[in-house]
Design a protein around this ligand. Sequence first.
Ligand code: MC0
Length: 140
Amino acid sequence: MLLRIDHVGVACHNLEEKIEFYESVFGLTVVSREVNEEQGVREAMLHVADGDQGASYVQLLEPLHPDTAVGRFLAKRGEGVHHIGYGVADVTEALEEIGAKGVRLIDERPRHGSMGASIAFLHPKDVGGVLTELVETSRR
Ligand code: MC0
């Protein structure tokens, strides 16, 4: 069901500073920047690699306000890995299949994600403490 790691989401206080760090230390390049009001984030995707099933990225996330998913995460845990996004062929089908196995779905239906993707989150408490995102993308 999981085709690849689409992205690793990293929570940070200052997006511009963290972009500069990933560019200068790892030589990564920003391929997209977006503000996602629904998710409460300002984010940037940095391209890491291309594979048979599609590309992979580091996604840097800065909260728009303290009272958002990433804002609360930063207050509780500080900067670091926030979630893992896995590529799937069909996010609606994947949600049905995973939900039927008793895993709590944060999103019952796909939502709008970075670079036009359809995304849905699974509850970290049912995935061994890992906030898990399913990503269906047309950018293969
Ligand atoms: C919270 N918890 C996490 C966590 N965030 N565990 C692992 N990874 C995380 N990222 C844990 C807390 O430590 C706490 O456990 C429990 O979950 C409840 O947390 P809370 O402090 O009450 O926090 P809430 O209210 O934010 O709820 C957590 C939840 C929420 C995961 C349900 O953050 C959520 O719905 N996230 C999905 C949406 C999201 O994260 N959007 C931002 C990225 P204890 O044991 O202390 O009770 S948007 C994105 O990435 C898009 C743009 C894209 O990829 O395209």
